[in-house]
Design a protein around this ligand. Structure first.
Ligand code: OOG
Ligand code: MG
Length: 278
């Protein structure tokens, strides 16, 4: 049986251990800046899904304060391959900023990151501000004008790239970098195309775009719904990454990383020699 003194002590301990959302956002933001991983926090801090998205917004707020601006959104865990690789089972969404842009063909130093991985994706470009409601698949051509092959670089701020759903959401869904290939009109049917990730010209991951919620446009429908609920604007010019169709691959130094989608062409970047562990 607990004595009154023990109960008060436990209460104090709990109060001390519980961090504010802002403190957690700061820890994750600093981990990204310093490329130094941190322990998972969701279980210990009892972070709910709702808390996790609040923390995500606070950490984006810190980026905006440093002068970055939002360039779009990414969806995650929109395919079985990704959910199985990471052991989580729900769709997530996060912010992209200009600091995350990787130019096509660019040479990248990996030491700015912790344990980066790359995955092949499809990107869409917003041509008109989204209305404050869920859009239907049929309506999307009014709001999107282009699509392209993309590579997303993800870099979890958690040790060993391990996290719960709440942890990864608070960490802005591991968002780190993205490269976009040549934009194409939305004419081609993209619901069942080959999509591959190549490293040094060898195909390492291959899948079908149908693995992305049955059609890579479906994540855009989900984004319109989630953004409307969260009261966040999806604006003209933004980029939307629909999520990977395949598992992601760790990056090493001196590699050419390339994504290719049937009919949409390719995009690549290179990694330079690193003095870190890559
Ligand atoms: C979370 C991000 C998932 C995707 O395309 O499914 C994601 C992670 O795997 O670290 O970007
Ligand atoms: Mg992704």
């Amino acid at each position: 049986m607990c004595t009154f003194v023990q109960i008060v002590k436990n209460l104090q301990l709990n109060l001390k251990l519980k961090m504010t959302h802002e403190e957690i956002a700061q820890i994750l933001d600093t981990a990204a800046i310093e490329a130094a991983p941190v322990s998972q926090m969701a279980e210990k801090e009892k972070i709910t899904l709702e808390d996790a998205y609040k923390i995500q917004q606070l950490s984006i707020g810190r980026r905006l304060m440093r002068g970055e601006h939002i360039t779009g959104f990414k969806l995650g865990f929109t395919s079985k391959a990704k959910m199985e690789q990471m052991g989580v089972h729900d769709l997530i969404w996060g912010f992209l900023t200009d600091q995350m842009e990787i130019k096509s063909g660019e040479e990248i130093a990996l030491k700015q990151w912790i344990h980066p991985r790359a995955e092949p994706e499809i990107a869409f470009r917003v041509s008109q501000d989204f209305p404050d409601r869920k859009l239907t698949l049929k309506e999307l051509p009014e709001y999107l004008d282009k699509m392209a092959t993309a590579i997303e670089v993800i870099d979890s701020r958690y040790e060993n790239f391990k996290f719960s759903l709440e942890d990864v959401i608070a960490d802005n869904c591991s968002s780190t970098g993205y490269a976009i290939g040549k934009w194409h009109d939305l004419e081609t049917d993209i619901s069942n195309l080959d999509i591959v990730l190549k490293i040094n010209d060898n195909t390492i991951q291959q899948g079908k775009t149908s693995a992305i919620l049955g059609n890579p446009l479906q994540p855009v429908v989900e984004l319109s719904r989630l953004a409307s609920i969260a009261n966040i604007a999806v604006k003209k010019g933004y980029v939307i990454l629909a999520g990977a169709a395949t598992a992601a691959e760790y990056l090493k130094s001196e590699q050419k990383i390339e994504a290719e989608v049937e009919h949409l062409g390719n995009v690549y970047f290179k990694t330079v020699v690193s003095d870190k562990h890559f």
